[in-house]
Design a protein around this ligand. Structure first.
Ligand SMILES: [Mn+2]
Length: 330
């Protein structure tokens, strides 16, 4: 039996994408002949190697395609039967055409509220109500409006439960398995206990953010030091989104990590993308993400320097760009 590899983003909509893909296209090989890898976009080209060799098919789900990742995929295309890339990140745009031109690579890329939503719309698998529900959940996880109270609740719990330890791959696998068994996620003890701890930490982090934030050009800017970014690792994206919602302002969260500075931006329109692109351009850093939710990784500097730089960029990147309005999808 030929083996298949699934490499997906280790977040809520990435995990749901893996579930849907396996359920509809890999059930013959599951579980013995499917290797699953969960990763983050900035290190996808490193982790993806873990899927193993002699694969008939490798599918990449919900992973923003960077320069390095595109290079890796091109190399891989010479060694495996075929490659499928399904992604909804705006920043992947630059590499779509080049990758699509390789004969054994299929790219499904489009702006969409979530990767599972994109799969539903483009691949059109026949979905049962449980799967449809999880597509709704994925949309909410990515910032979309909830269609039901249950979808909002499940989205919240999944996000929080993963966030606490974004490197815990066995827990992500546990979630995919639970979904493949059609289990009620609201009664999963593992999920509930992880979410509970994360919720407490998130609450503490939001308190810090509201006490510490500075307002520059109607944008809230918060900086976290190295130890704080360790304590709250994994919750920073959720906190930035939540803080923007609470304060009804654009939010920039700056944090120091080991040897680098990471900037997470949440805005009402496509300004997040433009701010991160500008930051990356000024400092030869990297950026990625969506119109309203993006991040940039910059060379290491003090938080003071980072605050100064971000303030400058925030002032220089206009709220609206004529002719460049991106419709809100979530
Ligand atoms: Mn994702």
């Amino acid at each position: 039996m030929p083996r298949s590899g699934v490499v997906c983003h280790g977040d809520c909509d990435g995990i749901i994408s893996a579930f849907i893909y396996i359920k509809h296209y890999l059930m013959d090989s599951w579980p013995r002949n499917v290797s699953m890898v969960f990763t983050q976009p900035w290190r996808a080209q490193i982790d993806a190697r873990k899927v193993g060799e002699n694969l008939s098919e490798v599918v990449f789900l919900d992973l923003a395609v960077s320069e390095e990742f595109a290079r890796y995929i091109k190399q891989l295309s010479g060694k495996v039967g075929r490659i499928t890339i399904i992604d909804h990140h705006m920043s992947s745009d630059e590499h779509v055409e080049e990758l699509s031109n390789i004969p054994n690579i299929k790219v499904v890329w489009r702006k969409s509220p979530s990767c599972p939503r994109l799969m539903k719309e483009v691949l059109k698998p026949h979905m049962n109500p449980y799967e449809e529900f999880l597509v709704d959940v994925a949309d909410v996880c990515e910032g979309g409006e909830a269609r039901s109270e249950d979808a909002a609740k499940v989205a919240d719990l999944i996000k929080l439960s993963i966030a606490r330890n974004p490197g815990d791959l066995s827990y992500m696998k546990h979630l995919v398995e639970a979904m493949l068994e059609g289990k009620d996620l609201l009664s999963d003890p593992e999920l509930l206990s992880r979410a509970k701890i994360a919720k407490f930490l998130l609450w503490r982090l939001l308190k810090i953010m509201s006490e510490r934030s500075l307002e520059v050009a109607a944008t809230k800017i918060v900086a976290l030091d190295l130890s704080e970014s360790r304590i709250y690792a994994g919750l920073l994206g959720i906190a930035a989104t939540e803080f923007a919602r609470m304060s009804r302002k654009d939010v920039v969260l700056i944090r120091r990590e080991e040897g680098k500075v990471v900037v997470t931006v949440r805005t009402l329109n496509d300004r997040a993308y433009r701010i991160c692109r500008e930051l990356a351009a000024r400092l030869k850093g990297r950026f990625g993400g969506h119109a309203e939710a993006a991040s940039a990784t910059l060379p290491d500097m003090s938080l003071g320097e980072a605050m100064k730089l971000v303030s400058e960029v925030v002032k220089s990147v206009p709220r609206e760009v004529r002719g460049n309005r991106v419709r809100r999808t979530h």
